[in-house]
Design a protein around this ligand. Sequence first.
Ligand code: F1P
Length: 352
Amino acid sequence: YEQPKSIKDTMRGRIHLDKGLIALGGIRDYERALANARRIIFVACGTSWHAGLVAEYLFEELTRIPVEVEYASEFRYRNPIIYDDDIVIAISQSGETADTLAALEIAKQKGATTLGICNVVGSTISRVTDAGAYTHAGPEIGVASTKAFTAQVTVATLMALHIAHFKGSINTSQFNRYLFEFQSIPDKVERVLEKAAESKVIAEIYKDATNALFLGRGINFPVALEGALKLKEISYIHAEGYPAAEMKHGPIALIDENMPVFVIANQGPSYKKVVSNIEEVKARSGKVIAIVTEGDKDVKDMADYSFEVPECDELFTPLLTVVPLQLISYHVAVMRGCNVDQPRNLAKSVTV
Ligand code: F1P
């Protein structure tokens, strides 16, 4: 519920075209290095890794710089190829995750510039990186990350826009148009939260499921992964996130009348393809819960349940589409009697 505020705080309200974006902190000193980077590599774990995947779509679309997104827990052990004109960006809510720190250490040894996106001021990752930007999400009480995710995506969006403008891959009028629209996101998140009661209705219907599938395309594929992770982490329901187009390569075998399939089906470049994925699920008696753009009657008619989010540029949609999935997981977990703040076996900060 704090997300409209934490996103707004992370944007830092004002945007100074001549000085770059205030929200980017020390990262602004690396704008030239970023614009000229051979490659940007995001390293992170868990939800922060999903924010890195969203960043990949944002950076590649806006800046045309090649991006890789690595699980820090793998990267650290596999002697990765890193060039000295690569930029390695760690994303971490706590700034203390041991795997992410170890990944940064390797990147530094191999000569790459390292940057950090952290929430905790003065945390280890924010100190060991060459520069960084803070998310201003405030303390997260629960173990499962929610507002940290949207704050990380906010920083990544501002970075991608700024570097794209600096590089000239978007012009000043496009940049201004994006920023103008981006500043409407906190109010739109508020509008999503006003409909939280609808997420409770959906949770009530599917709370006894034993499995769930989450599908999304493009920049909403990482949101599908994050939706599945939230449900797993706090309600202990087995859930998998997939790019919707991958469904036919395996997970379609799982679909039957007992399988809830959460589909992110907002208006955008992938819309028509997602609609045909929904048809494929319905043809196999699957239950579809669709996250749709306000006023989309077509998908609402096809789906068993739907949750509307306000319209916005495709690049900003993860900040809206993730919220109903967080809410549904929360309500399912409460209804199943799970401890939402402290799920079993999980630690807020994995420092070993
Ligand atoms: C990474 C992370 C979180 C998750 C849990 C365990 O932490 O995987 O995303 O919610 O708390 O750790 P961080 O590096 O973002 O602090």
